[in-house]
Design a protein around this ligand. Structure first.
Ligand SMILES: NC(=O)c1ccc[n+]([C@@H]2O[C@H](COP(=O)([O-])OP(=O)(O)OC[C@H]3O[C@@H](n4cnc5c(N)ncnc54)[C@H](OP(=O)(O)O)[C@@H]3O)[C@@H](O)[C@H]2O)c1
Length: 311
């Protein structure tokens, strides 16, 4: 069952976990190179041919590059990477920005063993407000070495700005606790402006899969919500992993879902869930989850803000 292909998969494998020890739970070490190759082979065999990475993800680009070369996959897969964060901060001038973008992209292509890349995104979301930086990306796209340009965002304002800037890709957070973009016109505008949307973090970096009693102290205020989530999941005879993936698959209007895993067995588990998903059986679950958890604000659901909560 596992190797049944996810034909034309709209799932993307995130690779931050391959390049560094990452996440809230952090029970597993960074996979070895052999383990990473097995994970990437299994994802590809299951029909996942798009991989999300970034300069900032430790050795992730190098691992992907070694795998692509070893398996001769350059023309069979799509890679979306992200520019080193903040690298353009010191370049208010347009021409300089283009030079820096070119240099950074070259480093990424070298690490990936590729001559061109499907997607290249700003990892610093505020760059989407700076016209000369966006124009710099467009010039790089015109050269042809990048097919699609875009940005990875964290909040509603950035998302709404991104779909008006003539870019191709926007990566957004979306999961059971993070339905913020459904309260905006973002998905409608993305469709109208032909922007492809990638929804990341269906498990909220693993938080949705944690037992409430194991949640970190600074997230104590999320505990009652986790307990409520577990109650709902039990009612539908599902696990939190199943409910998290099914909710995003059934409810999110993004074109692709970007998920992360630490181990091969987590990947297999997720692929089994995706393959066995029957949309018409989960209506009640989806409605209940939507109603219970649609009102969280950024402080609750943005992992980069969690560490700033002091008790
Ligand atoms: N700003 C950005 O551009 C940005 C930010 C974040 C992420 N991303 C991208 O999006 C991808 C996904 O985001 P994410 O990794 O933060 O969130 P995620 O996909 O919501 O969570 C991934 C974590 O969930 C746990 N998990 C996954 N499948 C599981 C299973 N079957 N059983 C048990 N646990 C399971 C693992 O954590 P544990 O084993 O530790 O529990 C795994 O590390 C990343 O790899 C990265 O490529 C981009």
């Amino acid at each position: 069952m596992f190797y049944m292909s996810l034909q034309k998969s709209n799932f993307v494998l995130g690779t931050v976990q391959l390049g560094m020890k990452y996440g809230l739970n952090n029970r597993h070490n960074q996979p070895t190179l052999d383990e990473s190759f097995s994970i990437l082979d299994a994802a590809f065999a299951a029909g996942i041919n798009t991989f999300d990475t970034a300069y900032a993800y430790g050795t992730a680009e190098d691992i992907l590059g070694a795998w692509i070369q070893d398996r001769s996959l350059a023309d069979k897969i799509r890679i979306i990477s992200k520019m080193k964060p903040h690298v353009l901060n010191d370049y208010p001038d347009g021409a300089k920005a283009i030079d820096v973008i070119k240099t950074e992209l070259k480093k990424t292509l070298n690490r990936l063993n590729l001559n061109s890349i499907d997607g290249y995104l700003f990892h610093s979301p505020h760059y989407i407000y700076l016209r000369h930086m966006v124009d710099g990306m467009k010039k790089i796209r015109d050269i042809g070495v990048v097919k699609n340009i875009g940005v990875s965002i964290y909040n509603e304002a950035e998302a709404l700005q991104a779909v008006e800037m003539g870019i191709d890709y926007v990566q957004v957070p979306y999961n059971i606790f993070d339905q913020r973009l459904d309260r905006t016109v973002f998905f409608e505008l993305a469709k109208k402006n032909k922007v492809t949307v990638f929804a990341r973090s269906p498990f909220l970096q693993g938080l949705l899969l944690m037992r409430p009693e194991r949640m970190p102290k600074n997230l104590f205020y999320m505990r009652p919500h986790m307990e409520q989530f577990i109650e709902i999941v039990k009612k539908y005879h599902l696990s939190p992993v199943e409910a998290s993936l099914i909710f995003v698959k059934a409810h999110c209007r993004a074109d692709y879902i970007v998920f992360g895993i630490d181990t091969l067995s987590q990947l297999k588990n997720n692929i089994d869930i995706i393959n066995n998903f029957l949309p018409n059986t989960v209506k009640g679950l989806v409605e209940e989850i939507e109603n219970c958890f649609k009102d969280f604000n950024q402080g609750a659901v943005n992992p980069s803000l969690w560490s700033k909560i002091k008790l």
